[in-house]
Each structure stands twice: as C-alpha cells, then as structure tokens.
Write a protein that binds this ligand. Sequence first.
Ligand SMILES: [Zn+2]
Length: 609
Amino acid sequence: MVSFEIFWAPGYACGMNLLPFGRLPAYKPRNFVPQNIDLGDWSQIAPLFDQLETRAAGCKTAAELERWLLDWSELTAALDEESSRRYIAMTCHTDNPDAEKAYLHFVENVEPQLKPRQFALENIYVALPQRRELPQQRFQVFDRDVKNHVELFRPENVPLETEETRLSQQYQKLTGSLTVRFHGEEKTLVQMSRYLEEPDRPLRQEAWELVAKRRLQEAEKFDDIFDRQIKLRQQIARNAGFENYRDYAFRKLGRFDYTPQDCAEFHDAVEKEVMPVVRELQARRRAQLKLEKLRPWDLAVDPLNRPPLKPFAQVDEMVSRTQKIFDRLDGELASGFQQMQQLRLLDLDNRKAKAPGGYQQTLAEARVPFIFMNAVGLQRDVETILHESGHAFHALAAREDDLHAYRGAPIEFCEVASMSMELLGNEFIEEFYPTDKAGARCRATPDAQQRVPTSDANRARRVHLEGVVGVFPWIGTVDAFQHWIYTHPNHTHPERTAAWVELMERFGGDVDWSGHEAARANLWHRQLHVFVVPFYYIEYGIAQLGALQVWSNSKRDKAKALGDYKRALALGGSRPLAELFQAAGCQFEFSAKTIQPIAKMLREELEKL
Ligand SMILES: [Zn+2]
C-alpha cells in the first residue's frame, strides 16, 4: 500500500511538502541503487556509474548482461524521477525559492555530469559482444536506439550543437520579448492572441495587424538566426557522414519506420483529401460571419458570436465529470483515473504561484503519471484533461516493463494515446453539458445553415473536430518547408520566400491575405519548431492519423477498439512504431490510402454536429 509521508529527501528543500503526492514508493524494490542515496549529490551518484563500467567487462553471458542492463535502467529511472520531482515542486510553487534552487541544482550540477557518463555506458554496451546473444525480440528496439545514438556522435559536433542551442535561445528570447501597445497598454503577443476571438471585427483586425507589423519589424533578425542555424546544421550533418541535414535529422530522431518519401506522400494526401474539407469549413464560416472573404483575423472567432462555453465552474467538478466520462468509456481506464485521484497525482487548478501551461510527467521509479494543468473553466481545459489522461493511461499501462527505456514510446505513438482519448472522451462530453435536452441552451440564428440549433455538447465537438481538420494543412506546410530548406541548403532569401508562399497556396485554403503579403511570406517565423526543434512536427500528424483510426474502429466495435488501444499502450516503447500502430488496430501508413477514408469520416461527423 502507498503511504502519504511528507516528502523528504536529503539535500532537498527539507521537510516541506511541496509535492501533492508526497513520497511515493518505488514500484519495485531497488536492487542496485542504495536506499538512502541523495540523488542531488553527484559525489554519491558517480560511484554507481563507476561500478556499472567495471561490471560491464565482467559480463560473460547474456543473462549477466541483462542483469547489468536492469541495474543501469534502475539508476536511470531513479535519476529521472528525482529530476521530475524537483521540476514538479518548482512548477507547483514558483514563489518558493528553495524549490527553484533544488531544481536548478539538479540541472546545473547533476545533469551535465550525467550526460557523458550515460553516453560512456552506451559506448560500452555497443562494444560488448554478448549483446548479440540477448533475446532478439526483447532487445531489438533498445539495441537499435543505443547503437544509433553512439554511431551518430561526433566530438567535433559538440561545440556546433552548443552554438545551435545558443541560437535557439536567441530565437526564443526574441519571440518572448516582443510586445505591442494596444489601446494604451503594453501587451505580449500571447496576450494579444485572445483578441482574435473577439466578436468585434474591427477590433480583431486592429489586434491582428498590430501583431503582424511588430513581427515584421524583426523579420531580418529571424532570417539571420535561421541562416546561421541552417549553416550549422548542414555542417553537423556532414561531420556525421550525411549528405544533407534532412537525412541526418531522420536518423537522429530515430525515424527507422518512415522516410522523407512517406512524408511527401502525407503532404500530397493532405492537399488532395483534407483541403476540400478545410475549404468547406471555411465557406461555412464565411457564410455564418456573413462575409464575402475570410481575412486572417476571421479564423479564430466563434462564427455565431456566442459567448464561450462554460463546461464547469470548479476544478473538482471537472475531475468528477471526467471520471464519469471514463466510467462510461472503459472500466479499466476509469479505475486508473480514480487511482490517480487517490494518490493525489493531479494538480489541476489555476492558482497564484503556479507555472503556466499543462503537462503530464511520469515518476519513473514509482511508475505513476502526474498531471499538471491550469484549468479556468473553459472547453479547452476539458480537451486538455482528456489529452493528458491519455498520456497518463499510457504510463500506467506500460509500468510492468522493467526496462526504463521501454516504459516510454516514441512521440508518434505517445500522441496516439492522448489524441485518441480526446476523440473517445468527446463521445460522452454531455457529462459537461447536462442541460442539453433538445438543445435547451442553444441559440437559433436566422442563418439558413443554423436552423437546427446546436447543443453545447455538439458545439464543443465541432470546435474540436474543426481543430483536428485544420491542423493537418499547417503540419503539411511546416514539414514540407523544412524538407525543402535542408535539401536546398544554399538557397537565397527570395527562393526561400517563394518556397514558403507556394506552400501557403497549397495549404492555406480560401483566406484573403491581400495587403498583408509580407506577413504571409514570413509566417513561418512564428513556428518555434522550425528554429528550435527542426523536423519535429509531422509526428503530430502521424499520431492524429492513428488516433482517428482508433476512433473510427470504436464506432464499429467499441470493446475491440479499446482492447487494442490498451494492449498497444501496454507495449510502451518495446516494439517498432509500425507494430505499435498495428497493435492499436491502425495502419502505419500516411498516404491517401489512409487519409481518404479519414477525411470522409471527418466530413460525415462534422455534418452531424
Ligand atoms: Zn500530448
């Protein structure tokens, strides 16, 4: 049984119960890491790495090597959890200097020492002849990933990567520093985004234009940062023996299961199959807003000028209604969410001294998930709790695996777990909109398309599905742009702009940008991934295709679809991506063959709402 002692670890902010869940026991007793070790003190950690290095040489059989791998895994999990605990404590108490100090201590004094020691163990492992005698099916993915990491390493890339990180920080600093004066007040660009939901059109336009103008003032700086990043990345790729950075990035990101060609097929299929749905949605929006043309500032506002949905007032309500959704969906998942409440693994309310945003973090040794959110009573919060619960179910399902590396899956599949839960959970969204009988709370509008009043539950579903449809073209744009950039590394600025504008033509739909051509040509400056985590974006499109297939399967046979979903989650990261998708009942394929029926389903579902 789990006890609720006050969390205390030596060297940590002493005795303060900063973690809502207190001290959680390890899922399995430690075998290698001493019970009373201070994992914030490098001098206590280093001897464990020494021991592992020495012991590796003595591994004569595959069984001994397996034992060694499990001990290494135990140490990694303990350190991972230590880092998570400190991170969680800090984000839950941003006003507590001890919590901040404890986190920074780990980041500054433990992590930099840790990285080279972990890498040394990876090198030792790859050089061990016994690794070929390990059970193939069991260790194939682990072995492949470690080998890949070791093979890509080049000492001469270390300073280049440091420089790359510095440029990324420069991008983030520049983006974060931008403010505008709006109606006499200084506002950040994030604060300005809420005006795009403003029913007053001239106000929306004013806000949008102000932000666009502000960004354009920095266009040269964004371009300059990117030019230097491209050059560095090209060099990093060449040092590692690759012809271009695209091919290097595919290896670096562990993309063993799909190729640049598959991505190109995804772009084509989105253009051919999804864009017609996007255009239909845009036409509907245009009609509802009674506009001749949609302008860039008309895309986020509620087209019927309704006040925001109010799914709940208190966070307790959000939790109990989410619980009811899971109760109706699946007994096993429902009991997982119940367990998280009992163990106090949810910190969901928006309060002072809490970091912004939301995340799910797994406590790697206790093998339980923790969800952090700042819920304020919006429909977006409901989507977030369903999404993060999907990640949490993944962590719970994969907890039996003793290899730490296998308790997490690649992002392409992690997001299938979470995005599926949004779609499956939305089936029971009436739990949040109980007065929905015959559309009692709905507003009819004189518009012909709206003669049938829309219930709040359906309105929530529609907003969600329109978001799902709308994200595909943007993913296509951002991904195709990066493929072009890194296969044309010597391009000029006008060529780059032309490549981007061509993609905006392909994937932008019917939006009138006239008078704002420069803003359109530089729109990619906004996309953090292009600068900070290159090529990391299509993962969300791949995962969404998986999630939509899980949802589609559930419409035919709910029990089987959920059974497959849970079985796939339980595999963690122990199998290649394609097998994880197959286990979940999905095709791992992203051409028109997969996307066409999905686009058809989306259109049909939207018609019902
Ligand atoms: Zn996610």
